[in-house]
Design a protein around this ligand. Structure first.
Ligand code: ADP
Length: 251
């Protein structure tokens, strides 16, 4: 009995050490780059052309954004794991919500083409709106990030009458995910290493956060993918007429 407990503690300790080591690595890479380019600007400012200065400043800005994203994701992970994470449920009209998220994404991916198809007479769903927004932002952002500029991202919202759910599918024409890798993508810090993904920034926390949030709200997430692209689907129970008010539920 005592041995089992000790073994569990050792595993926990090892998981914590792995986590600290991964986070430190993720923090060090952009910080090293920021310091390097700031040093070069300070020491050789007059020798650099205006174009070079601008290029280095853009790198510093991109790397700072990368750090901000990582810290935001880490804060979300820590909040999700704490018992103080409140879910504030509201009934939501999915088409208008999806439209507003697509408008936000369009500001970042200016050349992509977003096609939304909404089934008629969709019921509302009962979700925490901040968390639902984060779920949609993550999967639509990934669909855009892992597909070529100018390509189409198709969002379909349907009602599944058998299960009384509403599903939101996000289909891209991007790099796809192999069968061997598809089981790993929802793990913490999991990134698929390939020449294509190496060029695209990510910290591997987005889908872990997305899946955890979907399941916290009793939803489901699934993915299908091949060489032509990927399709992520999230599904939530349709709200009943009694759900129309605001409910507060502590997790
Ligand atoms: P990241 O910050 O790396 O994008 P995510 O947790 O959001 O982290 O995704 C994990 C990994 O799953 C990504 O690194 C990428 O390899 C793969 N992935 C996620 N979404 C897509 C997609 N739409 N198309 C292809 N690969 C994807």
């Amino acid at each position: 009995m005592a041995d089992i407990k000790e073994e569990q503690l050792n595993k926990l300790e090892q998981a914590q050490l792995d986590f600290i080591s991964t986070v430190s690595h993720e923090l060090r890479t952009p910080l090293t780059s920021i310091r390097g380019f700031a040093d070069t600007l300070l020491s050789s400012y007059d020798k650099l052309s205006p174009e070079q200065r601008e290029k280095f400043l853009h790198i510093i800005k991109d790397q700072s954004n990368r750090l901000i994203k990582l810290v935001e994701n880490l804060l979300t992970v820590s909040k999700m794991q704490s018992d103080k994470d409140l879910l504030i449920y509201k009934s939501v009209d999915v088409p208008s919500f999806v439209d507003s998220v697509v408008q936000m994404i369009k500001l970042k991916y200016k050349t992509h083409n977003y096609e939304c198809n909404f089934a008629k007479n969709l019921p509302k769903i009962l979700v925490d709106t901040d968390k639902f927004q984060q779920i949609l932002l993550n999967i639509i952002d990934n669909a855009s990030k892992y597909s070529p500029e100018g390509s189409k991202v198709k969002i379909d919202v349907k009602q599944n009458f058998d299960e009384n759910t509403v599903s939101i599918s996000v289909q891209d024409n991007g790099i796809g995910i192999s069968k061997e890798d598809i089981g790993k993508i929802f793990n913490k810090f999991s990134r698929i290493d390939s020449p294509l993904t190496r060029k695209i920034y990510g910290n591997g926390l987005g889908l872990y956060i997305t899946k955890t949030l979907v399941e916290k709200m009793n939803g489901k997430i699934s993915v299908e993918s091949d060489n032509n692209g990927s399709c992520f689907t999230v599904c939530f129970k349709a709200a009943t007429p009694e759900d129309s008010g605001i409910k507060k539920i502590k997790e």
